[in-house]
Design a protein around this ligand. Structure first.
Ligand code: SF4
Length: 65
């Protein structure tokens, strides 16, 4: 599983970084910075929760094939 940010949608509120600290932090302007794209074992639920909470539908969780 990995995450992806659609930068054409992201409004930079930083909510995702609070919910998925394993993968995201924020820059000085509040936009997310992907520190690692692959979701570590045990963080899958947090990743899905962060994607569902994104008000701009900008954060996607992509399952491994
Ligand atoms: S929650 Fe969504 S809109 Fe907000 S910073 Fe994260 S990806 Fe961008």
């Amino acid at each position: 599983m990995r995450i992806d940010v659609d930068w054409t949608r992201c409004d930079g509120h930083g909510l995702c970084a609070l919910l998925l600290a394993e993968n995201l932090t924020t820059d000085a302007a509040g936009f997310p910075v992907v520190t690692r794209a692959d979701v570590p074992p045990g963080a899958e639920r947090d990743a899905r929760r962060a994607a569902a909470a994104c008000p701009a539908l900008a954060l996607r969780v992509i399952a491994d094939t």
